[in-house]
Design a protein around this ligand. Sequence first.
Ligand SMILES: C[S@@+](CC[C@H](N)C(=O)[O-])C[C@H]1O[C@@H](n2cnc3c(N)ncnc32)[C@H](O)[C@@H]1O
Length: 210
Amino acid sequence: MSSLSCCDCDEGMAGLPGESVSVIFTDPPYIGETYAEAYRVLARHAGRVLVPGGYLVSYCPQYYLPEILRIFEGSGLAWFWLVAQVNSGAKAIVWSRHAMCAYKPIVIFQMPPGSPPPRLFSDVISGARCKEFHPWQQSIHETLHLLSRLAEPGAVVLDPFAGSGTNLLAARLLGMEYIGFEIDPETCETARRRLAQQPLDLVALGVIEA
Ligand SMILES: C[S@@+](CC[C@H](N)C(=O)[O-])C[C@H]1O[C@@H](n2cnc3c(N)ncnc32)[C@H](O)[C@@H]1O
């Protein structure tokens, strides 16, 4: 049974039964140095709630990638793959590195035992720029691509940092169950409205123009 709760995901994930989630697909907040705690929460619970062979898929900032990978050491998860999500529109510049960011890393871990996913996925993906529902909103295209390759309809998808519900909506549109946590009541309400969407809204998805 799908659900979206307005709560701290550390508490929300602690309340989930073991081996009850097929895929954690998430986009944690990373504001300055506070990013680490969000990834620690994921590392604390993922190994318990994921089914054997289940995946953790998470957006990550380039700058902190080595530290984030260290956070997952000892989590019980095994490294699986790195996906590049090509940025659409203007590229952010990280001045301390003189780097123009043309892509965002998406890391994938798997709960052992390792096995290939049901279908081939591409490790370079791109989507439209979408900020209609949340300032940090991601495009749904990437989630639709990866989720449809990593899991089957009926799978249970968890997004602990749900934001406007992009990943939960993708799960729903693919015939999967979803569990979401979002700490901000207003954002949670936005996600609830989006999740009531049916059928596919091709304008919101950026497939066609209004
Ligand atoms: C980067 S945004 C996710 C945006 C999302 N991918 C979308 O497309 O809308 C991260 C979200 O995590 C939420 N958040 C931050 N800390 C949280 C916590 N401890 N528990 C649950 N949600 C949290 C924030 O309010 C924010 O909406």
